[in-house]
Design a protein around this ligand. Structure first.
Ligand code: ATP
Ligand code: MG
Length: 390
């Protein structure tokens, strides 16, 4: 076991890292964060912020010397940095898990090898493949860059064969995955923690609603059958086993109109759809991440109440640089506000979220989800009104 006050290293300083840092420091660990952004949400709360690129040899060397274990809060850690670190210090999850999660082609191949169902897909790695190799079954589809996509970025819809070549050019002729558009009934996700001894705990299944390619609302419990719930958890555990995974892993699923469960993608870190665990579960995904990478006992993740998690994007921030009026939201005793301390709001940028809890014993998240929509509408309307002021 890695015990406090050991130093934990973190690659990436975003909001996921901010909560990791809070959890770890709360438990008496020291946290060193590597992130090139001087205003990174996690760097501001860390014991030390190494403000450098993820391939900076000096910063990596400092991290390797100081930290008892290093983890990440985003998947796009350069392969060379991950490999270099793993040769000198415990890196959890390991470079293989990171390499698979940061490349959709590698991820699809890994999932298929593991016998996990995914949407029909095909690699598009050059212009010729983009023109010729597109069978009719695959349309309509989405062309996704293999690397560096997030929040729906690096994706274009494709309706005809000609679209594929056009989309491939617009995406910069980088390796891509062409994925059939699935007739979605729902999207759900499993966040789990797996410790070095192989023990594994899943968080309750979340049901996710996206708007414009970005997560808008998660509700827990998800409105799915017990069979789907159990299957999603079993698949997520299976993926973690196959990777001999250490840390927190998130698996996103599509539930198709015909009731089939397909894996969309996996993230080697805590997940936006797991933010409800900060308030609505006996342990948060971030404390569980600390516990998993340090080899501590994982806490049973029991729901405290049904919950809805609403993302607060920069679109809700008034254009004049002011902060939204949160007084309405904060007058609800069951609405818990989380802001990430990002100095500049931009449309689509994740600025914070709010967790809305149901009463204990309430059977589902319909009331919290309704309140979330009301609060979101209030904030949006006041942002639009405020836009005229400045
Ligand atoms: P994030 O960072 O939010 O996870 P991402 O950029 O990695 O997003 P995906 O998860 O691949 O992108 O896609 C984002 C969303 O777009 C999905 O959650 C889903 O709503 C929609 N989507 C993606 N692929 C498909 C598909 N094959 N069929 C239908 N909808 C899809
Ligand atoms: Mg996704």
């Amino acid at each position: 076991m890695i015990l406090p006050p050991a130093t934990l290293g973190l690659l990436g300083g975003g909001q996921l890292g901010r909560y990791f840092t809070i959890s770890a420091r709360n438990m008496g660990y020291r946290v060193w964060v590597l992130d090139p952004d001087p205003d990174s949400p996690a760097g501001r709360l860390a014991d030390r912020h190494l403000c450098a690129r993820f391939d900076d040899p000096g910063a990596l060397a400092e991290l390797a010397t100081q930290a008892a274990v290093v983890t990440c809060e985003f998947e796009n850690v350069p392969a060379d940095s991950a490999g270099w670190l793993a040769g000198r210090v415990l890196l959890r999850p390991d470079p293989r898990a990171l390499a698979i999660a940061q490349d959709r082609l590698a991820e699809k191949r890994f999932l298929e090898d593991a016998g996990v169902a995914v949407a029909p897909w095909l690699p598009v790695e050059d212009l010729e493949a983009a023109r010729d190799a597109v069978p009719d079954w695959s349309l309509p589809a989405i062309l996704k860059t293999a690397r560096l996509g997030y929040d729906g970025k690096g994706q274009l819809p494709v309706r005809t064969r000609d679209d594929v070549a056009r989309a491939f050019s617009r995406l910069g002729e980088v390796p891509c995955v062409l994925e059939q558009r699935v007739d979605l009934q729902q999207e759900v996700s499993v966040v789990l923690a797996r410790a070095p001894d192989g023990s594994c705990r899943c968080f309750p299944l979340a049901e996710n609603e996206h708007r414009g390619g970005i997560l808008h609302l998660s509700r827990v419990p998800a409105r799915v059958s017990d069979a789907i719930r159990e299957q999603a958890e079993a698949i997520a555990r299976h993926i973690a086993e196959r990777l001999d995974y250490q840390g927190v892993l998130a698996v996103e699923f599509f539930v198709t109109a015909s009731g089939k469960l397909l894996v969309n993608e996996a993230a080697p870190r805590p997940h936006n759809s797991g933010h409800y665990t900060l308030d609505a579960v006996t342990v948060s995904q971030f404390e569980q991440q600390v516990r998993a990478i340090c080899g501590l006992a994982l806490v049973p993740a029991e729901p405290v109440a049904p919950a809805a998690m609403l993302n607060l994007l920069g679109d809700l921030w008034p254009a004049n640089g002011a902060v939204p009026d949160f007084s309405g939201l904060l007058s609800h005793p069951r609405a818990r506000l989380h802001l990430y301390g990002k100095p500049v709001a931009r449309p689509g940028r994740k600025m914070g979220h709010v967790n809305i809890l149901g009463a204990p014993g309430e059977a589902d998240a319909s009331r919290p989800a309704r309140l979330a929509e009301i609060l979101w509408t209030e904030l949006r309307d006041s942002a639009t009104e405020g836009a005229g002021d400045g």
